[in-house]
Ligand binder design. Structure first.
Ligand code: GCW
Length: 724
């Protein structure tokens, strides 16, 4: 954020000047700040003296423009492009069929292994001198190769012996926008939707292009434009024309558009009186719909569907199954190579057992029944994007299905865009979890990247945290969550530490005195939010509907599983949801090795203790504390961790601008206030059951339980406001 294009967006009207002090953040991790080290600078400048860049498609054009922009920013050079490969070239960028045979031979690359989207970056000897070649099978591989090359410069990588062969591990790497047609964003905390439907298709906002650049830079190749709680109107000709305009913008960046399909659309916009998937007219209606969409958008990605979930229509309305519904749409898309992404996020108020078991119970029996252009998209955990959940037992349990991961990048349950929480830490924890489905080492990452069961299609989706705030994500550090999601979508085996380091260098500063402490702060931030909101496996204690702040006392909602009391089950004996074999037996949905560990209170990892067990208040934790004291201390630890984040941020003040410092400092102080609110409200409430005093290290609550219960937020962001 240091080297912003001043004056583009920010007018300080009151003083009539443009301030260099205002952090903008618009450029994300694509700042391309000048390289300060003169030795490195010279080295890099040498490499970019004469560049051959194959130039015959839109994809290659935007890649070339990006290279120009990056080298200008970082090295201060206007790149000299040559028309043909020649002796003078220092950098050659071309697909394999455009490379001389002798260069191909020197590259010694197995082009087959990198597929359509992979690339190679290699330093070779060519006509007696050392040059760098970026090559790929397809233009989109060049696009990704160029972005990687620019990142290598941002990371100050030594290029003299560079040899990178890389390709994405997953086929579909998608953002899911929960954006409504009125531009509100469900669970969005960074302003309104980017998509200006009213001005589309004729007005192309520069932000659409910069959005596509940012996504391409991390390898995201699909965007679902609208909310899974869908309006059928998006499928009408007027909107499809607008969608096509966005698809045209995104195409050169390797990004396909997808839409959510409301299952009842044949009734709502098609004039039919049913949406029964086995009805011929309904099937024809969807076939015609698909034909029309592909006429307007030849590379349309497909449909994402939320069906029979939280009141959305679906095949079960007609006594049909998820398979009937998904396969009907899949048949319509199949001739066009489109896919159906069918969500497994289902639960019913009529199932009295345990919400955590329902997706598995409904979907696993259908393993092998979905068409091969259907992907089943499952959330990372069995409840709903909580600060911590054990991995979803569906991972590993559907070996004959294209099973894809859904993470939430927007912080519905992790402090909105006010709290600094580095989510790649959470994503990594899930991806590294061992399902034992095919024996030890069957991590979730290996399940979704297809390396074990070899599904036809693999994928991952992140619910976007992007809005029209100048810095895109509200909190400047929330950009790291978009970035990190993309990096893990490309390679789910990456470490969160690598991602934090990359992002910090590209975004803020390459000074290690800044990076080291701030990186640690980021890496610890996820545990902090778990501690001050939902420690020891507690979950879903959020206030009703908007999910802003604590509401563990809420018990009056119409559906039992919407009430926090359903999840914590606190009483005079103890607290926690018994999902062991003596309770709901949700543990049995995991492979034996995992189930066994979760099932026994002594072996269950303490971070999942109250997820799987109802535990007495005087139960002894591993650190010797009673459950009550230990729980209280965890809440306090979370608050202390936020104080520590503030201390860290103060210490790195010399390495950033005053405005950059101030922006995050203010946010961290709100986070501290809200962390205390969570601690005080939760502990005062749980104390009514434990009936025990707080241990001595607990800071005294600032207000009474009644006060916390009385708080109301009808205009909290992320929902359509209303007075209850
Ligand atoms: O987390 C819940 C949210 C809903 C969301 C739903 C889902 C889009 O509270 O706002 O609806 O999950 O994932 O479908």
């Amino acid at each position: 954020m240091k080297h912003i294009k001043l004056g583009v967006f920010i007018f300080l009207l009151s003083v009539g000047t443009i301030s260099a002090q205002v952090p903008n953040g618009y450029n994300l991790w694509l700042n391309y700040s000048p390289q300060p080290n003169s030795t490195i600078l010279k080295e890099y400048q040498k490499v970019s003296t004469s560049v051959y860049f194959q130039n015959e498609s839109d994809v290659l054009n935007v890649s070339r423009e990006e290279l120009k922009r990056g080298l200008k920013g970082m090295l201060g050079v206007d790149v000299l492009f040559s028309d043909a490969i020649s002796k003078s070239n220092t950098l050659i960028i071309a697909t394999n069929n455009n490379l001389h045979q002798d260069i191909q031979n020197t590259l010694e690359t197995n082009y087959k292994s990198i597929g359509d989207e992979g690339f190679i970056i290699k330093s070779i000897q060519f006509k007696g001198k050392q040059i760098i070649v970026i090559s790929a099978n397809q233009d989109v591989g060049i696009l990704y190769g160029v972005f990687r090359f620019l990142r290598l410069l941002q990371m100050e990588t030594d290029l003299s012996t560079i040899h990178i062969i890389d390709s994405p591990k997953l086929d579909l790497r998608m953002l899911n926008h929960w954006d409504n047609l009125d531009r509100t964003v469900e669970r969005g905390y960074a302003g309104f939707s980017l998509w200006n439907w009213q001005k589309l298709p004729d007005f192309i906002d520069q932000r659409y292009i910069d959005y596509a650049r940012a996504n391409a830079s991390i390898g995201i190749n699909g965007a679902v434009l609208n909310n899974v709680n869908a309006s059928a109107l998006i499928l009408t000709p007027m909107y499809l024309e607008k969608v096509a305009a966005l698809a045209n913008v995104f195409r050169p960046y390797g990004i396909k558009v997808y839409l959510t399909a409301r299952f009842s659309a044949p009734i709502e916009i098609g004039g039919l009186d049913t949406a029964d998937p086995l009805n011929k007219e309904v099937q024809n209606w969807w076939n015609t719909m698909a034909n029309n969409i592909y006429k307007a958008i030849p590379d349309f990605g497909g449909f994402l569907v939320k069906a029979n979930s939280e009141g959305q229509p679906g095949p079960q309305n007609y006594n049909r199954t998820h398979v009937d519904g998904a396969n009907m749409l899949a048949k319509a898309l199949k001739p066009h190579n489109g896919v159906v992404i069918w969500r497994s996020f289902v639960y019913s108020e009529h199932d009295v057992t345990d919400r955590a078991k329902q997706a598995y119970s409904e979907f696993v029996p259908f393993d092998g029944k979905f068409m091969d252009n259907v992907l089943v998209q499952s959330k990372n955990g069995p409840i709903d994007f909580q600060p911590r959940e054990p991995f979803h037992p569906m991972f590993g349990a559907m070996p004959n299905t294209n099973l894809m991961m859904e993470f939430q990048i927007t912080q519905e349950y992790l402090g909105f865009s006010t709290h600094l929480v580095f989510l790649p830490k959470l994503f990594e924890e899930v991806l590294k979890a061992d399902t034992y489905a095919e024996g030890k080492g069957t991590t979730v990452a290996k399940v979704i990247d297809g390396s074990i069961t070899k599904p036809k299609l693999t994928g991952i989706a992140g619910v976007s945290n992007i809005g029209n705030d100048i810095n895109w994500t509200g909190h400047p550090f929330a950009q790291a969550n978009w970035y990190g999601f993309g990096r893990l979508a490309w390679n789910p085996h990456l470490s969160s530490e690598t991602i934090a380091e990359e992002w910090l260098r590209a975004t803020y500063s390459i000074n290690s005195k800044f990076i080291e402490p701030v990186k640690n702060m980021m890496l610890n931030s996820r545990e902090a939010v778990v501690n001050y909101m939902n420690p020891l496996g507690l979950h879903h204690l959020f206030d009703t509907n908007h999910h802003y702040g604590p509401g563990p006392w809420v018990s009056n909602l119409s559906r039992p599983e919407w009430n926090p009391t359903y999840y914590h089950k606190a009483d005079e004996n103890g607290i926690g949801f018994n999902r062991s074999s003596t309770g709901s037996n949700a543990v049995e949905q995991y492979a034996n090795e995992v189930a066994h560990v979760f099932n026994i209170v002594e072996t269950c990892p303490e971070e999942y203790l109250l997820w799987f067990h109802h535990v007495p208040w005087d139960y002894k934790l591993k650190n010797g504390e009673s459950l009550w004291n230990g729980l209280a201390l965890k809440y306090q630890e979370g608050v202390n961790q936020v104080s520590q984040m503030i201390t860290t941020w103060n210490a790195v003040k010399p390495y950033i601008s005053e405005a950059e410092y101030k922006e995050v400092d203010m946010l961290l102080n709100i986070q501290l206030k809200e962390a205390k609110w969570w601690k005080d409200a939760s502990l005062l409430y749980f104390q009514t059951f434990s009936k025990q005093p707080f241990p001595k290290d607990i800071e005294k609550p600032e207000k009474s339980l009644e006060y916390y219960k009385s708080l109301k937020f009808p205009f909290a962001p992320g929902i359509r406001p209303h007075w209850d």
